[in-house]
Design a protein. Structure first.
Length: 344
């Protein structure tokens, strides 16, 4: 069951290099911003006001969406690493911080920003998000780990912070146009979901922990570390980001009317919906598919898979969150600076 989260103590003033100075490294996805220079100048200014050294910057590329850049920043001795981009950039950067004592700061820059939203962090004000990333409390959260088998028999592993899935959720993510996302925001995903609502289900065989395998025709299997999508929709209502549990939602609508059961299951936290939807909490989930099916990690497509398995790594990542440490700079900075930082 879930437990009350207990933030760790804020980071000490001393940096990792032992000099007492602190440096943050930013990994930014340049395609997310029309004015990249303005974003960098804003972050540089916040770092200066809060007494941090001039930050290090790395940009993601098509060939390397953030992992190599995060490793470079760790090797450079950064005390904090902050991705600025969408959920995919956050996941890729965080994958290099798992198991380390270096915290992850969160500054939104994409359409979903689901980890930011589920941690109740600012997703409209970049300035406020920067302040919390630099001065907030530290909290340990769980990390999901996934292994999947591709259509050539290759086996792969990676992590996720929000949700992973196979079936319709991955279809929606893969086929939503980027230009439409820029115009419509998260509503673009809803339009794509309507288009895929009539797609045929896939035969699947899944095992939860050590239970007997269950066979069903499924439209989507989602397992997650957090529960809420955009708009506050709780797809995994019992999910907590630090409970050591993997939450799974299986969608198996029987005909057109079955989708009403799926909606009822979401609306009533699983109390209604019948055989059209099911919820589980477990340590592991293993799904074998009767045909190659699209899969995704935090919204990033990983291609078609024939099998996918997930588990939780409890408390494997440190993130910066709201807390008393987020306002510790006030005693040493001017009222003008305080007002600027608290602004939008």
């Amino acid at each position: 069951m879930s437990r009350t989260p207990t933030p760790t103590e804020p980071s000490t003033p001393a940096g990792r290099d032992g000099t007492g100075r602190r440096r943050v490294g930013f990994v930014i996805n340049p395609i997310k911003f029309d004015d990249l220079r303005a974003v960098r100048e804003e972050a540089d200014t916040v770092c200066h006001i809060l007494g941090w050294d001039a930050p290090l910057w790395r940009e993601t590329t098509e060939e390397d969406p953030g992992a190599g850049q995060a490793r470079e920043l760790l090797e450079a001795g950064c005390d904090l690493v902050v991705p600025i981009g969408g959920d995919g950039t956050v996941r890729t950067v965080a994958s290099q911080l798992v198991g380390t004592e270096v915290p992850l700061g969160l500054v939104p820059g994409g359409t979903g920003n689901l980890l930011v939203r589920n941690l109740d962090l600012p997703f409209l004000s970049r300035r406020q998000a920067l302040r919390i990333a630099l001065t907030g409390d530290e909290r340990r959260i769980d990390v999901g780990q996934v292994r999947w088998w591709d259509t050539d028999g290759g086996v792969h592993e990676d992590v996720f912070l929000v949700m992973a899935g196979v079936g319709m959720d991955a279809d929606v993510m893969e086929t939503t146009d980027d230009d439409v996302k820029k115009r419509m925001g998260w509503l673009a995903y809803l339009a794509s979901a309507v288009r895929h609502g009539g797609d045929k289900p896939v035969p699947a065989r899944f095992r939860v922990d050590d239970s007997e395998p269950v066979s069903a025709k499924v439209r989507s299997v989602v397992f997650g570390n957090v529960g809420k999508l955009q708009g506050g929709v709780a797809v995994l209502p019992e999910a907590r980001i630090d409970d050591g549990q993997l939450d799974t939602f299986v969608v198996s609508p029987r005909g057109v009317t079955g989708w009403a059961g799926v909606v009822a299951a979401v609306a009533t936290r699983g109390r209604l919906g019948g055989e059209n939807a099911g919820y589980w909490q477990s340590s592991t989930i293993d799904v074998e598919l009767g045909e190659p099916t699209r899969a995704q990690l935090d919204g990033d497509g990983i291609g078609h898979v024939t099998r996918i398995a997930g588990r939780i790594l409890p408390g494997a990542l440190i993130v910066r969150v709201r807390g008393k440490g987020a306002t510790s700079w006030r005693s040493t900075r001017s009222d003008h600076a305080e007002g600027w930082l608290l602004g939008g």
